[in-house]
Design a protein around this ligand. Structure first.
Ligand code: SAM
Length: 294
């Protein structure tokens, strides 16, 4: 198993395959890629195969495909299939806004996708584009296809959807989904100051009510088992424990290693000339990882 210079084992890759998106969510961090919507350079299937092959040689077993909106890639099924054929990669997941999922869920599952996270921030808001009206079809199709566990990602924002977490829990139960409550990660100061909603209070309440609490080794995230539902709380901002237990390396949609979501100053351009060069780039990126909140 490969470790970074801080002793953290790297077990996951977060692979961005495009910056294109059909939505323009107010809060979106774009996986730390800045405003590249419309950027033409996207890593190819064979480049992705090269990266994932090198990763698996380093003992990395899990990959999450993200974007932009990954389902906007015409070759998304092929990407999943090719990754699934790499020995050593045991878990392929994807995060999507769910808009196009009904067309893809079964094909993705049949070609090796194990599980999926679907963004759904609200039941009613028209400000939040990822609302249940737009996403329910996708949720149903993911459940039908057997993508499991199915997770609903809800970014909780002050004054916008902070009062909807209870209702979202009911929706999650309906689809046998894990509800992932996510605290806002800053993109710009004005937006953050206005809309950041601390999940501390909700987490205390979950702690009180839970029949069982499971602490994941990834980012030290807690899962609460409450009234027949599972709620995971993701609080990255200023969270030293989160960083100390970060086990993932990021790949940008245009072919860079990104050692940390929060930083742009330590990217490594992947040299795709040969498998050996890809491996060198990957190791260089891993060696540049530092603990952001210490
Ligand atoms: N388009 C896909 C989607 O909507 O899931 C994938 C890309 S999106 C950047 C991946 C995840 O990051 C989503 O669950 C989204 O809610 C979350 N996310 C985006 N911006 C965020 C922010 N500022 N703070 C916390 N989570 C954020």
């Amino acid at each position: 198993m490969v470790k970074d210079t801080c002793g953290r084992e790297i077990t996951h890759i977060r692979l961005s395959v495009t910056q294109k998106c059909n939505l323009n969510c107010l809060y979106c961090h774009r996986e730390g890629e800045g405003d590249k919507n419309g950027c033409d350079k996207e890593i190819s299937v064979s480049e992705i195969k090269g990266i994932m092959g090198a990763a698996s040689e380093l003992g990395i077993k899990k990959v999450k495909i993200t974007g932009g909106e990954p389902l906007l890639r015409n070759d998304i099924v092929e990407i999943v299939k090719e990754i699934s054929e790499i020995e050593g990669i045991k878990d392929i997941s994807m995060t999507t806004n769910g808009f196009f999922l009904a067309q893809f869920a079964h094909r993705l599952k049949n070609n090796g996708l194990n599980r999926i996270n679907i963004g759904c921030d609200s039941l009613s808001s028209s400000i939040l584009q990822k609302n249940i009206g737009n996403i329910e079809k996708g949720l149903k199709s993911a459940e039908d296809a057997g993508l499991n566990p199915l997770k609903i990602n809800m970014v909780v924002l002050k004054g916008i959807n902070e009062n909807e977490t209870g209702k979202m829990l009911e929706i999650s139960k309906k689809y046998n989904a894990i509800l992932q409550l996510i605290e806002l990660i800053p993109t710009n100061k004005f937006f953050f100051d206005k809309f950041f909603f601390s999940l501390e209070g909700i987490e205390k309440e979950l702690e009180r009510k839970a029949d069982k609490i499971f602490v994941r080794d990834v980012n030290f995230r807690k899962q609460y088992f409450v009234d027949g539902a599972v709620v995971e709380v993701v609080r990255a901002h200023l969270n030293q424990n989160f960083c100390k237990n970060c086990r993932k390396i990021r790949i940008t949609s245009d072919g860079f290693i990104k050692p940390c979501l929060m930083r742009d100053d330590n990217l490594v351009k992947i040299n795709f000339k040969s498998d050996e060069e890809i491996m060198k780039s990957l190791l260089e990126g891993i060696n540049k990882r530092e603990i952001y909140y210490r």
